[in-house]
Write a protein that binds this ligand. Structure first.
Ligand SMILES: C[S@@+](CC[C@H](N)C(=O)[O-])C[C@H]1O[C@@H](n2cnc3c(N)ncnc32)[C@H](O)[C@@H]1O
Length: 275
């Protein structure tokens, strides 16, 4: 039931067609686009492309690695990673329209040989044990109530010694104002505190390598965006629809009132029997 409600939140009816129309502003359909040109609409998390770049660096992702992006959205982080580092990236997402859009945008950037997407749940990843060097999870965990299963599933598909890089919204113990970008009502929002998030990750077979409170950086980014005036076009409003301005205004308000925080962290997969 929860998966159905989360899927409904990211329902994005006719998304690929809307993207085709919006992207005419950047050039004709046959013109190849670069990942940075799409950054205002395909990095669906706080601090956009800058946060993805920092997470990639913090996790030490290098050329030739095999990376899984869980909850890959419309594929911006996967495309950026493949272009900037030169690794192979597979994305999985619950939302079919998002997966279709991710494939379309990847055709437009000409990265089909390095980046692929499929529809799947983070709680049932369609991969064998131990097949990825790195798993990324950016602004997805807050949609998932069964965190123990989520982190166990991520650990299962990682090679021993592999890295799990996460960038998440966390609760400060106060009810946020809704709607927010990941949930129009509390029914699809499953926030944990920073301590509880770490407390759920480590027992799944992980050792913490880096743990950073990113809240101040998020607030500074929001202040810079406000000072810069109207957002660039096309932006995430194309993906989420006309209420996106309200969803992101509430996220800003929740951060500024310290109802929510943001954490960026990297873990190493350790043998579960010796943790
Ligand atoms: C806020 S968006 C973030 C997208 C992407 N990680 C990014 O940073 O651009 C959250 C994404 O998580 C996906 N998602 C939520 N619950 C999921 C689940 N159980 N399994 C797979 N994907 C899920 C949603 O469909 C959505 O695309």
């Amino acid at each position: 039931m929860t998966d159905v409600q989360v899927r409904d939140h990211y329902r994005a009816t006719g998304l690929t067609e809307r993207l085709k129309t919006a992207l005419r502003a950047l050039g004709p359909e046959e013109q190849r686009l670069t990942p940075p040109q799409l950054a205002a609409l395909d990095q669906f998390h706080t601090r956009g492309l800058a946060a993805t770049a920092e997470l990639v660096e913090l996790a030490g992702i290098a050329a030739g690695m095999s990376v899984l992006d869980v909850g890959s959205g419309v594929g911006g982080p996967a495309r950026f990673l493949a272009a900037s580092v030169g690794c192979r990236v597979t994305g999985v997402d619950l939302s079919e329209p998002f997966v279709d859009a991710a494939r379309y945008l990847t055709e437009r950037t000409g990265q089909g040989g390095q980046v692929s997407f499929q529809t799947a749940s983070a709680l049932e990843l369609p991969f064998d044990d131990g097949c990825f060097d790195v798993v990324l999870l950016q602004h997805v965990a807050m949609n998932i109530s069964d965190r123990a299963r989520l982190y166990r599933e991520i650990r299962r598909v990682l090679k021993p010694g592999g890295r799990f890089a996460t960038f998440d919204v966390v609760s400060n113990g106060v009810e946020p104002h809704y709607p927010v970008p990941w949930a129009r009502t509390p029914a699809t929002s499953f926030l944990l505190s920073a301590a509880a998030t770490r407390g759920a990750i480590e027992p799944a077979g992980f050792r913490t390598l880096a743990w950073r409170d990113d809240t101040a950086a998020a607030k500074a980014w929001i202040a810079r965006l406000r000072a810069a005036g109207p957002p660039p076009s096309p932006n995430l409003g194309v993906v989420m629809g006309p209420d996106f301005a309200q969803l992101s205004a509430n996220l800003t308000r929740n951060l500024m009132e310290d109802r929510l925080g943001i954490v960026m962290a990297v873990f190493e997969a350790v043998p579960i029997e010796t943790r």
